[in-house]
Every structure is written in C-alpha cells, then in structure tokens.
Design a protein around this ligand. Structure first.
Ligand SMILES: [Zn+2]
Length: 157
C-alpha cells in the first residue's frame, strides 16, 4: 500500500526528489501490473535475497526495467508504460536489460509501430516535468498501484 506524503510537504520537494519518489511509485505499479513475471525472458521472478537478509517474493523480487535504457532516454520514456516492464535480476542487471529479447517481446505484445515509436521518442521525448506534474502523476499512479495490490493474486502459491 502506497501512502503519499502530505501535499504541503511534496510541494517543497526538489525536481530530483520528485523524480526519485515518483519512480519508486511507478516501479511498484509496473511490477504489480506485470504480476511478477519477467517481460523479456518470461520466467516467474525468483525470490531475491536482499543484502539486508530479507527475502523478496513475487512482484517485490522483480525490477522495473527500461526498454530504451534509463540512461539514454528522456523523461517521456523514463516513465512510459510501454517502455518499462517487470524484469528479473538476470535480464535487467546481468544481461543489461536483455535488449534483443526485450525488443522481440515489445513487437509481439504491442506491434512494430509501438516499437518504432519508442525508438523515435528516444530522440524527441525529452519532456520537462514540473513539481506539480510529478505530484499529479504520483497521486494517479499510487491509486493505480494500490488498486492492483488489493486485487493481486500470487499465482505461484
Ligand atoms: Zn528475465
């Protein structure tokens, strides 16, 4: 369950903090939406043992990984639902995104047009978000994530 900070506090955040906070919400939403299955290799996300010793299970063990990589994409792609999917640690980290399989899956699920559009957005998608944009998106996506979480059924059990 995502509980947002008070609006008054959020309005004082720097853009960097807004981006970071919104990413943590967006990432939860993406992993819940994809039901803890890796988009690029199709496997159910294995349990992940955090440095702290905690065992993460299901969607919580997954990572939200970018198709057009986070380092090279503008904000429009950084927070684009068709550019970000749940991935396993192996694909996202060890295989640096598992790009070839990721692209195949994008084409399979959304079609070539969307794949081309995402690649195009890499060059033209550098939008600017202001604090109030981030706050609106945080409100929207925390509600979407909370709703998914309420209805989340872990299929592995
Ligand atoms: Zn994978």
């Amino acid at each position: 369950m995502i509980i947002l900070k008070k609006l008054k506090t959020m309005k004082k955040w720097s853009l960097k903090k807004c981006k970071k906070e919104f990413w943590s919400i967006f990432s939860v939403y993406i992993r819940l939406r994809d039901k803890g299955v890796c988009f690029s290799c199709g496997t159910k996300i294995p349990d992940f043992y955090h440095r702290s010793g905690n065992r993460l299970h299901g969607w919580k063990a997954g990572q939200a990984g970018h198709f057009i990589t986070a380092k090279s994409c503008g904000l429009a792609l950084y927070f684009h639902e068709q550019n970000v999917h749940c991935q396993c640690h192996q694909c996202n980290v060890n295989l640096s995104g598992n790009w070839v399989e990721y692209e195949k899956k994008i084409i399979e699920v959304y079609g070539q047009d969307v794949c081309d559009m995402l690649k195009q957005l890499k060059w033209t998608g550098n939008v600017v978000y202001k604090a109030h944009n981030y706050i609106d998106m945080m409100i929207e996506y925390s509600a979407k994530a909370n709703e998914l979480e309420e209805n989340y059924a872990d299929l592995s059990i």
